[in-house]
Design a protein around this ligand. Structure first.
Ligand SMILES: [Zn+2]
Length: 184
């Protein structure tokens, strides 16, 4: 499946997972904490987003509604786990995704294929000179490749910091090793 075909809405309990899915390049919205469950479900249906929830009663209610309305139940995922690695494992397995097929390949990633973790918009590569006044001096000395969020209201700047990137890879690797054991 193509990532761009998969738009996601995670419930408010899944903020961390939501941001991680954005790093992986999925168009991911995180439900507004103030929204009641039926509204969250309606948003998922209206925007044709895969709904991911950790709330079992909400999942059951949504599943019944999807059945009744003849909606695609593949668009619902229940993930009971608290930790990100298990959550990712269930997500990959449910979606039949092979994480090794993702375009990004660690520090050599080209192009940077993520969405902005803050606002979910696309990123674009920017020349270092253009943003040098906006980043810490130590950073500009160490890194040469930068990306900026294309949303003018956000414009957050990204670079691939080694430790952070390694941590992302560790989490993916851990999730892959859990894919056999998690139930979907
Ligand atoms: Zn942004």
């Amino acid at each position: 499946m193509e990532k761009k075909d998969c738009k996601i809405l995670v419930d408010a309990m899944f903020g961390k997972l939501g941001k991680f899915l954005r790093i992986l390049g999925f168009d991911t919205k995180i439900a507004d904490n103030a929204l009641k469950d039926p509204k969250v479900m309606q948003q998922a249906i209206r925007e044709n987003r895969l709904l991911i929830t950790r709330d079992e009663p909400f999942y059951i209610t949504a599943k019944n509604h999807y059945e009744k309305e003849d909606l695609n139940e593949d668009k619902l995922i229940y993930i009971p786990h608290q930790d990100l690695e298990h959550q990712l494992a269930v997500f990959f397995k449910s979606m039949d995704i092979d994480p090794s097929e993702f375009k990004w390949k660690g520090p050599d990633i080209k192009p940077f294929d993520s969405n902005c973790t803050k606002c979910n918009s696309d990123l674009e590569k920017v020349p270092k000179q253009q943003i040098i006044s906006e980043i810490p001096k130590g950073t500009s000395k160490r890194y040469n490749n930068y990306w900026r969020c294309t949303n003018p209201k956000c414009h957050h700047i990204y670079w691939i910091g080694t430790a952070h990137w390694e941590d992302i890879f560790k989490k993916i690797k851990a999730a892959v090793s859990l894919m056999d054991e998690v139930e979907i």
